[in-house]
Ligand binder design. Sequence first.
Ligand SMILES: Nc1ncnc2c1ncn2[C@@H]1O[C@H](COP(=O)(O)OP(=O)(O)O)[C@@H](O)[C@H]1O
Ligand SMILES: Nc1ccn([C@H]2C[C@H](O)[C@@H](COP(=O)(O)OP(=O)(O)O)O2)c(=O)n1
Length: 207
Amino acid sequence: MTIDGVAASGKSSVASGVARALGIPYVSSGLLYRAATQLGREAGVRLGDAAALLTHLRARPLRLEALPEGNRVWQGERDLTDELHSSQVDAGVSVVAALPEVRAWVDDQLRALPAPFVAEGRDMGTNVFPQARAKFYLTASARVRAERRSQERPEDVDAVEAALIERDRRDAGQSAPAPDAHVIDTGPLTLEGVIETILQVLPTPTA
Ligand SMILES: Nc1ncnc2c1ncn2[C@@H]1O[C@H](COP(=O)(O)OP(=O)(O)O)[C@@H](O)[C@H]1O
Ligand SMILES: Nc1ccn([C@H]2C[C@H](O)[C@@H](COP(=O)(O)OP(=O)(O)O)O2)c(=O)n1
């Protein structure tokens, strides 16, 4: 199944809760885009230069570890995860995610994972796993999302809201809900409420 949605709509927290209830892993595609951005920044590669970025990424492959409480990204023995949620990565990631070569690099890694799992991101239900048995799309107002995310960033809520709106605009090309997705406004719901809503609409597995 797939959970897509706009920035800070609750995708990874909800995917983690749903996956735990189902006893399967979840995978966070955004972490791979974030890792590509962080590694490009670190190497001094211009983020719009797909060829240079891909050469760099292919030289030292990444491993996405689908832990139930939170995915982690490794490069060899180095755990990159804690570096990937900075405002600097937030600011550069949409440029990297717009590159078709990087999208193919992410998609190949996701499609190689053993099913079943919950996949979360922007285009999981539309592009990467169009055959998924259930699809969800999370939204909430920019203000609500900024209030949540500002708990996790040093910037104030107005700065976080402006950055989220800008990132939504840049990511719009790959962020439309699948026509068969259940759209959930998480604004009036608690995290547990969103997870419960999804579990209730999931089709029961056939024997
Ligand atoms: N329905 C909700 N009500 C309150 N807080 C939520 C809800 N959904 C998510 N959150 C919180 O919002 C923040 C952003 O969620 P996250 O899962 O990181 O979103 P995304 O993966 O879409 O960026 C987290 O701190 C999370 O606990
Ligand atoms: N399937 C995906 C997942 C993420 N992206 C891009 C768009 C986002 O700005 C970044 C980071 O995504 P991530 O889901 O980690 O971050 P947010 O929840 O949006 O804060 O990657 C994408 O283009 N396609």
